[in-house]
Design a protein around this ligand. Structure first.
Ligand SMILES: C[S@@+](CC[C@H](N)C(=O)[O-])C[C@H]1O[C@@H](n2cnc3c(N)ncnc32)[C@H](O)[C@@H]1O
Length: 277
């Protein structure tokens, strides 16, 4: 890369701050510290079983078709193997597995259980995207719906992209959907989502809190079932990465990266990063 994406757009150089936690990369996984870090990183602790209801508005079919078009355009590896990292409940995989020899990976066993039920023929891996080793390679790695923004340390972002890189065949492509850009985040915005079914009512509400470079989303759930109404809270902490930070991290991992002009969702960045052939 010479400071430009595949298609010539200029990329602003980004120099990361030195890591505050030192050079604490996990090479082999499985330490006590890693285990607790993995536990801390789980986010859908109260809402996993409602995940598909809460995101019923999301057009996974159209998004998967767009992902497929990007693979057709940018993939240079001849095979057909796809790994969806942070696959959640497997909604993209249910579509992508019609065209690819697909498998999924996620940190959250509860979400993986739903994915396994949805796609019983696929292989799923319980692992942390910051450092995983499946001992196999793929032609495509996807990481969608801003899952990457849950990686809140820049060094861990590079580490995750290195793991994606290691799991790609030469010419293979990683397709990564970023989050809201820092300049587009609206602090103090009140978000509300509703599920309204005869036997289940949910309202999820939060007010965006910005603590640069992080955002704290404390989701409050009011969940109504025939047994009564319960209130649960869940804290989701994500990082607002700039396009330049993402691009720099991809390049540090060895990728050639391109920012896609039109993302899968309004206002969210989308990158295609290719491993050299
Ligand atoms: C917003 S959900 C997106 C799930 C799915 N890709 C979708 O489109 O519905 C974020 C996902 O990231 C997963 N996740 C968060 N941190 C992770 C990590 N360090 N390693 C693997 N998965 C992680 C969560 O468990 C969750 O499934």
């Amino acid at each position: 890369m010479d400071g430009r994406g595949f298609h010539g757009e200029s990329l602003t150089a980004y120099r990361p701050e030195p890591s505050k936690r030192g050079n604490n990369h996990r090479k082999n996984g499985g330490t006590v510290a890693n285990t607790s870090k993995r536990e801390e990183s789980k986010v859908f602790t109260k809402s996993a079983r409602y995940y598909d209801k809460l995101y019923a508005w999301k057009d996974y079919v159209a998004e998967s078709a767009n992902v497929r078009a990007l693979i057709e355009e940018h993939g240079r590896s001849p095979g057909n193997r796809l790994l969806d990292v942070a696959c959640g409940t497997g909604m993209h995989l249910a579509q992508l597995s019609k065209h690819y020899d697909a498998s999924g990976l996620d940190l959250d066993e509860n979400l993986l259980a739903i994915a396994r039920t949805r796609c019983p023929d696929l292989a799923f891996h319980h692992a942390d995207m910051r450092d995983f080793d499946l001992g196999e390679t793929f032609d495509v790695v996807t990481c969608l719906f801003s899952s990457i923004a849950y990686i809140i340390e820049y060094d861990d972002l590079v580490s995750a992209f290195r793991a994606f890189y290691r799991h790609l065949a030469p010419g293979g492509a990683a397709i990564v959907e970023g989050f809201i850009r820092p300049e587009d985040w609206k602090p103090g915005h009140i978000h509300a989502l509703h599920v309204d079914e005869p036997d289940l009512k949910i309202t999820r509400m939060n007010v965006s809190q910005r603590r640069d470079p992080l955002v704290h989303m404390e989701f409050h759930y009011l969940i109504g079932t025939k047994d009564g109404v319960t209130h649960e809270t869940e804290l989701h902490v994500s990082r607002l990465y700039s396009d330049a930070e993402f691009q720099s991290a991809f390049e540090a991992a060895g990728f050639d990266v391109k920012l896609v002009d039109e993302g899968l969702m309004t206002s969210r960045s989308l990158f295609v990063a290719r491993k050299p052939e």
